[in-house]
Design a protein around this ligand. Structure first.
Ligand code: ZN
Length: 132
């Protein structure tokens, strides 16, 4: 299993994007994912990416995360080839799911979150890229 991306919660993309550019990373895209209440900036890092997440409004899960914990790592996303099948498999094993069904994420991917209570306290996202 590969790490698809690491999601990092930030208050303002404009303030943090230059920091990653300074590290030598190249901004691939900035995209609004309205259904998740976020604006996303993607930086490729080898086969993975760093995903910066800025809340679009106070209702955004990212806004709530920032209020509670401040900026920092929000989730780790693993790449799977068949997300729906993977969710079925995990559900059958009693893993708590945040998303019972795959939904649209950034970059045309299908995503689903697993509950941190079932993953050792880390919010885990499973991610199926369109091409795979
Ligand atoms: Zn993500």
């Amino acid at each position: 299993m590969k790490i698809d991306h690491i999601g990092i919660a930030v208050a303002k993309l404009d303030a943090v994007v230059p920091i990653y550019e300074q590290l030598g990373m190249e901004l691939e895209l900035v995209e609004e994912v309205v259904s998740q209440g976020v604006r996303v900036a993607m930086f490729p890092a080898g086969e993975s990416r760093v995903e910066l997440l800025e809340p679009l409004n106070e209702e955004s899960p990212i806004a709530k995360f920032l209020a509670r914990r401040g900026s920092g790592v929000h989730h780790i996303a693993f790449r799977v080839s068949d997300l729906a099948a993977e969710l079925e498999r995990l559900k059958a094993r009693g893993v708590r799911l945040v998303d019972e069904e795959p939904r649209k994420g950034a970059h045309g991917a299908l995503i689903a979150f697993l509950h941190p209570a079932s993953t050792g306290g880390v919010l885990v996202e499973l991610c199926q890229q369109e091409a795979s």
